[in-house]
Ligand binder design. Structure first.
Ligand SMILES: [Zn+2]
Length: 282
């Protein structure tokens, strides 16, 4: 303890403190930071060495003109709107408090981001992260049934109509150029029965009982056996979204293997000359 005290008294001399506090107009905490000591120790030594502290008004006079010169509209706009720093980050860079930065933003007429804007893109807490299957499952359980915020509520007819209009036809994320309106081939019943038998009435994805025969490339009239696969109801409905991700996978597991050029297209890799890949897929 004694050693520590001696050390401080060597560092915190009256001359140095006076110079920093009265000539360079630094605050207690700024001096503390500069000298690598606690702010409380600076205050204590100032008192002990009879160094007069600034009155509240004197302090304000020093601070206010300083930030009003630094935090110009141009600078704030650049840091906040272009570089997209947060008010906290600006405050840290400028040596100000967050509330000072916010006050000047308001004064300069810079609109702050709404909570949803503040979480967009790289600023989103989940940006670049991918929750595991287990996490997704837990999240879904938490929102099930009565716990769901929409539980027991219904959309009004007007809302339903608007949702339906906004996601109909070409506005739909899964729009594939109107192919879903095409009729099935006349012998679809026979073909689909052959495929079900080939796959033992088992969903080729999850292994449960399955009776849906699915066109892997999404074209109802494309009845090559390598383009058809048996799925259960659940997997079939899942597949309707993210078709592009499923397509290469299904081509790899379907019992009648597709031609190599089709597989190459689906996987985005030319494998027409490599026999190795067909072995990997099975
Ligand atoms: Zn399934």
């Amino acid at each position: 303890m004694r050693g520590a005290k001696l050390k401080y008294s060597k560092i915190l001399t009256k001359e140095l403190l006076k110079r920093l506090y009265w000539d360079e107009l630094m605050s207690h905490s700024e001096i503390a930071e500069k000298l690598g000591v606690y702010p409380g120790i600076v205050s204590r030594y100032m008192k002990r060495l009879n160094i007069k502290t600034r009155t509240f008004e004197e302090g304000n006079k020093i601070k206010q003109p300083k930030f009003s010169k630094i935090l110009t509209k141009e600078l704030l706009r650049r840091l906040y709107c272009e570089v997209e720093l947060t008010t906290r980050e600006i405050a840290e860079r400028m040596g100000a408090t967050v509330s000072t930065v916010c006050r000047y933003m308001k004064k300069r007429g810079i609109k702050s981001r709404t909570p949803s804007e503040a979480k967009r893109g790289k600023r989103h807490p989940m940006y670049g992260k991918h929750p595991s299957r287990e996490t997704k499952r837990k999240k879904s359980i938490v929102q099930m049934g009565e716990r769901n915020s929409f539980y027991g509520k219904n959309h009004s007819e007007e809302t339903k109509r608007r949702i339906s209009e906004a996601t109909a036809g070409e506005n739909n994320a899964n729009w594939r150029g109107g192919t879903s309106n095409l009729p099935y081939n006349y012998d679809w019943r026979t073909t689909s029965e052959i495929i079900r038998k080939r796959d033992d009435h088992v969903c080729q994805y999850c292994g449960s009982n399955g009776n849906c025969v699915h066109h892997i490339d999404g074209h109802q009239q494309h009845d090559d056996h390598w383009n058809l696969i048996t799925l259960c109801n659940y997997c079939n409905s899942k597949e309707q979204y993210n078709r592009h991700n499923w397509l290469p996978y299904f081509y790899c597991i379907v019992k009648d293997p597709p031609p190599l050029d089709v597989l190459s297209d689906a996987m985005g890799v030319d494998i027409t000359n490599s026999a190795r890949v067909s072995g990997e897929c099975q």
